[in-house]
Design a protein around this ligand. Structure first.
Ligand code: 4NP
Length: 168
């Protein structure tokens, strides 16, 4: 099976997108599809390059049995638009940044996380300046969304045949 790499993108790559990456990997591990859907995360800003996830994201993930403490932040790079098949932005500001950065005909599908996952146009809110409950709310949104994405990709897999035009 040709791998279908998925990239999650937020602003700093320390709160939302590493949590999404950890949840997505947890779900594909359960489904036995980690090699089909390799995943990573990145930020549109580079201030936290090399930093571990925010301790509140690490804590909330751990409350659900997911360890994201080994992840390290990085900035989105031009090559990401070729290496990944699906790039999901946490909010509309991140999406605009990605669309501005993308080459004219990227091989990746670029979409808002909630739009791709759930068909709703809502942002995953930035929890950085709030408390732990904001991170718990973000976890809940990301878990629901990632479960839907895994199901959607699996449903589409049979029709790929090397062509991903139906995965939108
Ligand atoms: P994230 O949250 O985009 O979900 O990783 C943020 C992390 C850091 C900052 C903003 C948002 N910051 O301004 O440093």
């Amino acid at each position: 099976m040709t791998p279908f790499p998925v990239l999650f993108v937020c602003l700093g790559n320390i709160c939302r997108s590493p949590l999404a990456e950890g949840i997505f990997r947890h779900l594909t591990t359960e489904a036995g599809t980690t090699e089909t859907y390799p995943t990573d995360s990145a930020g549109t800003g580079g201030w936290h390059n090399g930093h571990p996830p925010d301790s509140r994201s690490v804590q909330v993930a751990r409350e659900h049995g997911i360890d994201i403490s080994d992840l390290r932040a990085r900035r989105v790079e031009p090559v990401d638009f070729e290496r990944f098949r699906l790039i999901l932005a946490m909010d509309r500001s991140n999406l605009r940044h990605l669309q501005d950065m993308a080459p004219p005909d990227p091989s990746a599908t670029i979409a808002l996380f909630s739009a791709f996952a759930l068909g709703s146009d809502i942002d995953v809110p930035d929890p950085y300046y709030g408390g732990i409950d904001g991170f718990r709310g973000v976890y809940s949104m990301l878990f629901t969304g990632c479960r839907s994405i895994v199901a959607k990709l699996e449903a589409e897999r049979a029709s790929w045949s090397g062509n991903t035009s139906s995965v939108r």
